[in-house]
Design a binder for this molecule. Sequence first.
Ligand SMILES: NC(=O)c1ccc[n+]([C@@H]2O[C@H](COP(=O)([O-])OP(=O)(O)OC[C@H]3O[C@@H](n4cnc5c(N)ncnc54)[C@H](OP(=O)(O)O)[C@@H]3O)[C@@H](O)[C@H]2O)c1
Length: 348
Amino acid sequence: MKTITIGGVTETIHERSDYPLAGLKERFAKETIAVLGYGPQGRGQGLNLRDQGFNVIVGLRKGPSYDHALKDGWKEGVNLFSMDEALEKGTIILFLLSDAGQIGYWPTLKAKLKKGDALVFSHGFGVVFNDQTGIVPPKDVDVVLCAPKGSGLTVRNHFLEGRGINASVAVFQDATGHAADRVRALGIAIGSGHLFETTFKNEVVSDLTGERCVLMGMLQGAFLAQYEVLRENGHPPTEAYNETIEEALQSLYPLVAENGMDWMYANCSTTAQRGALDWAPRFKAAIKPVIAQCYADVKAGKEAAISIEANSKSDYRVGLEKELAAIASQEMWEAGRILREFRPERAK
Ligand SMILES: NC(=O)c1ccc[n+]([C@@H]2O[C@H](COP(=O)([O-])OP(=O)(O)OC[C@H]3O[C@@H](n4cnc5c(N)ncnc54)[C@H](OP(=O)(O)O)[C@@H]3O)[C@@H](O)[C@H]2O)c1
C-alpha cells in the first residue's frame, strides 16, 4: 500500500504485494465466487480466478456466452450453471451482464441475494443511475465496485503475461464491516496489478466521459478529421493513414505511454516540438467545451438514458451492426486493414 500526493490530493494505492496469493486463498477459502455474464469482463475475471485456484463458478443463460464458456473448459454442473443456480451457490456475486442486461435480471438477482453476500459491479452504472435502472440493493449485503480500467481482453492478456491491469475499487454499502478489504482482495484476485480508490459516482462519470471523449469518441473524430483534410488536399491514402494513425499508434503513443508527453516533446525534432507547442493550446481551447458538455450530460444521466434506450431493444444489434459497418467502410480504416499487413511482424 502506498500513499501518494499529486496536485495537493493524497490517495492510497493498493498493490499485489499487499495481498499475496496464499493469503488471498485463505481469505476466500469459505467463499464461492459466482461470475454472472461471460462478456469480455466475465471471461477475463473468471478465467484469472480459475487459473489461480479460487473457488469460482460461472452462471449464464444458454446462448453464445454459454457456448464460449464450455469451449474455455467450464463444466456443466461443476463450475458452470444457470444464473439462478450460480446465485444460490455464490457468496460473492460478480454481476457482469451488460449494463442493459443487468436491468432485466435485477429483480431475480435481488430476490436471491443472501445476507452477507457481496454484490460486485465492474461499473457504477446500475447503482448510480438507479432512478433509470431500478437497481437498489437490499441493506444486508456488501455492495462494492471493482472496475478494471480497460477491456476484459486486457484483464486476461495482462494476467497471462504476468502483468496486471489497474482497477478502481469502491464501497457503496458495507453490511459486513469488511466490504473494503473484501473488494480490495477480490480486485487483486481477479488479476489486477494495483488498485486505486474511487466512489461509484466518480467511477461512472469519469468512465463514461473517458470512452465518449479521449479514449474512443474524440479519438475517432480526430483521426477522421485529419485523414479527411489530408485526402481533400490531394494526399494519397497511404500517406494520409501513416501520418495520422500508423505513426501515432506504432511509434508515438507507446513512447508517451512509457515516458509521458513531456518526454515526447523533449525528444522529438525541434520542428515537431515548435509546432506541437504552438498548436496544443488551440486544440485544448477548441475541445475542452465539448468535453465539458459531455461531462455535464453524463452527470445528469442523459447519456445513461440514451445507452439504456438503445441497448435494451431486443433488436439493438441490427442498428448497431449498421453503424459499425459504416465505420468499417470508411476509407481510413480500409487503408488501415491493408497497411497493417505491411508491419514487419505480419509481412510475409
Ligand atoms: N468491456 C469493458 O471494457 C469494461 C471495462 C470495465 C467494466 N466493464 C463493465 O463490466 C460489465 C460487463 O461488461 P462486458 O463488456 O464484459 O460485457 P457485455 O458485452 O457488456 O455483456 C455481455 C454479457 O452479458 C450477457 N447478457 C446481456 N444481456 C443479458 C440478459 N438479458 N440476460 C442474461 N445475460 C445477458 C451476455 O450474455 P449472452 O451472450 O447470452 O447475450 C454476455 O455474457 C459491465 O457492467 C461493463 O460496464 C466493462
